[in-house]
Design a protein around this ligand. Structure first.
Ligand code: PA5
Length: 419
């Protein structure tokens, strides 16, 4: 279960704080009933047959592919990469390559070069089935598959995750017979990591998706009646915003959490940043960023608050070795576990930033494993939806994303977009 701690209740009296949190708790039922609230009950109500097919496909991929090329952008990309990297990367034969999240020719060429003569399969993921970045990448990798394996075997190496009834990808599945998985109608992209959108890549990376779902189920049980700790986080985020803290920095001490930060930024940024409102979501990975943005956070404009993602029970077994001489001055750390040192650094950072005028919140995972990561994903999804509703915006749309697309289609001469 995810724990949440914040001393910034001190901005408010206990009664005011309780009133704020209870206002947020009322939104849980609304989220659950929303036409895009399908993710709320997903951990107890997912398609078990499809789940089995996902595991079978992951096994097949590991038996015939050195690489799985995951093609997708935004909610069709960030979640699975975040989970895989947070949990230490791929564990089996198949390595994951991510493309279709930019128009960069260099990225595509790099991926093609990396695959070289090795065997590969493709998982193209797009709910709409029409997003241009992944569509172009899919054309390119579909052609590569056909060139390498011939039409029929290429079909067997293509896995499509898209809408059950509509879109260009759905139509292509119908025409070609690719193995297909569904993005449920009632789950939007950035809330879809625990559907086939994320699960196929995660399973192909050798990560136990049963345990991931168990963690999400456990967290759902903790939050479903009144939002639990997620409601506290959502309420306090909104209090921060009202007090003028309009930038939230997600901070952690694990380089493997960099993509988790990216997933979180998309989740909160796309859900809340609309109608001239919202907290700007930013992120850091310490200690790297203590030697970079740390200066600004400690000492720059006072409009930041910081949310630390922490892991409670860690004991890496990696200790500072003894040395016959103390030339580096590290004698005082000899024999200490690196995780233990890191915890002290985290505490020091929280205390220093608090003294520097940065309100600090803490989101605490019990361990770094599948269950805890599943729980963390669910916690943030619930907190995000509750926070957006508290702010007074729809957590499930993203009208602002269309503006660049319209102008891009005009400039590229897409039929129907002529000026
Ligand atoms: O959260 C969202 O809905 C978006 O970020 C989408 O996931 C993203 O735009 C990709 O869309 P699609 O899956 O339709 O290609």
């Amino acid at each position: 279960m995810i724990d949440f701690k914040c001393e910034y209740g001190k901005f408010l009296s206990p009664d005011e704080l309780e009133a704020r949190v209870s206002g947020v708790r009322d939104f849980v039922a609304r989220v659950q009933q929303d036409e895009f609230g399908g993710w709320v009950d997903l951990p107890i109500n997912y398609d078990r047959d499809e789940f089995g097919r996902i595991k079978a496909a992951a096994e097949q991929i590991n038996s015939d592919s050195d690489y799985l090329v995951c093609i997708g952008i935004g909610g069709s990309y960030l979640g699975h990469r975040a989970v895989i990297e947070a949990l230490g990367g791929e564990r089996g034969r198949t390595k994951i390559i991510y493309v279709g999240n930019s128009f960069s020719a260099r990225e595509l060429q790099r991926a093609i070069k990396q695959i070289g003569e090795a065997d590969f399969s493709v998982n193209v993921i797009s709910k709409s089935g029409t997003t241009t970045e992944p569509a172009i990448a899919f054309r390119i990798f579909r052609d590569l598959l056909i060139k390498k394996y011939g039409e029929q075997d290429a079909i067997r190496r293509i896995y499509v995750t898209t809408d059950a009834n509509k879109g260009a990808l759905h139509d292509e599945v119908a025409a070609k017979g690719y193995e297909a998985f569904v993005v449920p109608d009632n789950i939007g992209g950035r809330y879809s990591v625990l559907t086939a959108v994320g699960l196929l890549a995660i399973a192909a990376a050798g990560i136990d998706i049963d345990r991931l779902m168990d963690g999400a189920e456990e967290e759902r049980a903790a939050l479903i009646s009144d939002g639990g700790k997620a409601a506290e986080y959502a309420a306090l985020r909104n209090v921060m915003l009202e007090k003028g803290y309009n930038i939230e920095i997600l901070a952690n001490f694990e380089p493997g959490f960099m993509m988790l930060n990216e997933w979180w930024k998309q989740l909160f940024g796309e859900s809340e940043g609309k109608e001239g409102k919202g907290i700007f979501p930013a992120s850091v990975v310490y200690s790297t960023d203590l030697h970079s943005l740390g200066q600004y956070i400690q000492d720059g404009r006072r409009e930041l608050f910081e949310t630390f993602v922490e892991i409670e029970n860690e004991n890496s077994g990696v200790v500072v070795p003894a040395a016959s001489e103390n030339l580096d001055g590290l004698g005082y750390l000899e024999g200490r576990d690196l995780d233990d040192i890191c915890k002290k650094v985290a505490q020091a950072t929280r205390e220093a930033h608090t003294l520097g005028g940065v309100p600090v919140m803490r989101v605490i995972m019990s361990n770094l494993d599948e269950r805890s990561v599943g729980a963390l994903l669910y916690f943030f999804e619930m907190a995000c939806a509750l926070s957006a509703l508290t702010l007074g915006v729809n957590p499930f749309n993203q009208p602002g994303v269309e503006a660049y697309k319209t102008r891009m289609f005009e400039l590229l001469g897409k039929p129907g977009y002529e000026k």
